[in-house]
Design a protein around this ligand. Structure first.
Ligand code: ATP
Ligand code: MG
Ligand code: MG
Ligand code: MG
Length: 469
């Protein structure tokens, strides 16, 4: 059986032996890119190489890239624990050609890796291509021997990648595996494509155009290749399991959680175990890359992830802070490939423990309030925005934590009402300051408050107050 660590090295070695430079993962906080919340794909560290702003001593590269898709444009936070394939933190394996090889070679390299090195059977595989990309369809026929029914033409942006409104762009081709009729889901492009039967595991992007201005496409003189394969998804395929959470690495994390709390997962609790294992990984890797929980920006996304995990720990009946106890297991699993986890271990444990200790009291109180407020609500009902805002403002519940807490009961949250309550509070606070005569202080105070968010109510038994200056 191929463990996650073996699959990663098989991928990198394969591309190294095909002339690719093995490049280290870049940090989760993108350097020089304030527009991007977190590194969410392998190509992020090569953006300037693709546009030609930067050159490297190599024309082919391969990486295992740490990626986070929570907050920002790609946000898979709400999927985690509920689909078999989404994680907030995952490793994207990639190969890149900077104006070197193109479509035919990229397809050939991919096909040989998955069928020869990984041993996948052709009969279970299918691909998508962008509807106008006949060239890609022809290569798939020639190289893989696919008939037309295995080449699904997609006309949506799912199969057309663009760096932004301008810059490089091009069609992509995604590789799927059919895991059998016993799993719910339809082929890509069908109404049931979100099911788990057909699993997308590799996306090949053919950067073949430049967009000097939105909507205008001119062929690039030297087109490039950018691909991304989800390591955990490939592991689930090679290990013959139905979800990424049943792969070796996640099994170990879930077992560690089970023994720490003295309770094994069952049908009712398995989602919580999964969310905890996933959120543990994203929290630890974010802290190792210098993100700390806070009330704004990246730090607030981290805080949201940590607090969601804590609510799931609470659901499992855990009384004491839990997350920091799971860190050694993660370091054991991933510390060798990512030494920053080993270096950061003490800080990671300390940060998790502190956040959990501080949030525990308000979490319990807020959940009490939430349960009272929703007692008379049923499936299909909506929680009013003011209560959701009170939970946010007084108890430190990020909006998505409240939404996640109500999800299983089929209750939604009035987000417009939530935003209105937030706007009203800001306006009221400003109004009450009018006439203080200290305009300078006022401006400073409000800009700080807007930046750090509201002060949290932490209970009468603690003196720690965050966001207070
Ligand atoms: P999906 O349609 O399943 O959400 P995607 O099309 O958004 O995936 P890409 O942006 O094409 O994903 O990323 C390249 C590869 O990275 C995917 O083919 C998949 O193997 C992996 N991947 C993407 N998102 C996730 C995630 N949230 N968790 C784990 N792996 C992921
Ligand atoms: Mg996606
Ligand atoms: Mg997709
Ligand atoms: Mg994709």
């Amino acid at each position: 059986m191929s463990g996650v660590n073996d699959i990663r090295s098989t991928f990198l070695n394969y591309f190294a032996s095909n002339g690719h430079e093995v490049v280290a993962s870049s940090p989760l906080v993108p350097r020089n890119d304030p527009t991007l919340m977190f590194t969410n794909a392998g190509m992020v560290q090569f953006k300037n190489v693709f546009t030609g702003l930067e050159t490297r001593p190599y024309k082919r590269a391969t990486t295992a890239q740490k990626s986070v898709r929570a907050g920002g444009k790609h946000n898979d936070l709400d999927n985690v624990g509920y689909t078999a394939r989404h994680l907030t933190f995952f490793e994207m394996l990639g190969n890149f050609s900077f104006g070197d090889y193109f479509k035919e070679n990229a397809i050939e390299l991919a096909w040989n890796l998955i069928t020869k090195e990984f041993g996948l059977k052709k009969d279970n595989l299918l691909v998508t291509v962008y509807h106008t990309d006949e060239e890609a369809a022809e290569y798939w026929k020639k190289i893989a021997g696919f008939t037309d029914d295995r080449i699904i033409r997609i006309a949506t942006s799912d199969n057309f990648w663009a760096m932004g409104d301008t810059g490089p762009c091009g069609p992509c081709s995604e590789i799927f595996i059919d895991r059998g009729e016993h799993i719910f889901g339809g082929p890509p492009g069908s109404a049931d494509e979100d099911g788990d039967r057909f699993l997308e595991f590799w996306n090949l992007v053919f950067m073949q155009f430049d967009q000097p201005e939105p909507g205008v496409q001119v062929p690039l003189p030297r087109p490039s290749i950018d691909t991304g394969m989800g390591l955990e998804r490939m592991a689930s395929i090679l290990q013959g399991v139905e979800s990424v959470f049943e792969t070796d690495l996640f099994r170990h994390l879930i077992d560690t959680t089970a023994s720490a709390i003295g309770k094994a997962p069952d049908a009712a609790t398995v989602a919580s175990f999964r969310v905890i294992a996933d959120h543990l990984r994203s929290s630890c890797f974010l802290i190792a890359d210098g993100v700390l929980p806070s009330n704004e920006g990246r730090g607030y996304v981290l805080r949201r992830i940590m607090r969601r995990a804590m609510r799931h720990a609470q659901l499992l009946g855990v009384g004491d802070p839990l997350m920091h106890k799971l860190v050694p297991a993660l370091v054991r699993e991933m510390g060798q490939a990512y030494p920053e986890l080993v270096r950061g271990q003490a800080l990671i444990e300390e940060t998790l423990k502190l956040e959990e200790t501080r949030f525990r009291t308000t979490l319990a109180r807020g959940l009490g309030l939430l349960s009272d407020a929703t007692q008379s609500l049923d499936k299909g009902d909506r929680l009013d925005g003011e209560t959701a805002f009170k939970l946010y403002d007084t108890y430190g519940f990020p909006l998505d934590l409240t939404q996640d807490a109500l999800r299983q009961r089929g209750i939604s949250v009035d987000t417009d009402g939530f935003n209105a309550a937030m706007a009203k509070q800001k306006a009221d606070a400003r109004a009450s300051w009018v006439g203080s005569g200290e305009a300078a202080t006022e401006t400073v105070w409000f800009s700080v408050r807007d930046r750090v968010g509201p002060t949290e109510f932490l209970g009468y038994d603690t003196e720690v107050a965050e966001g207070v200056i």
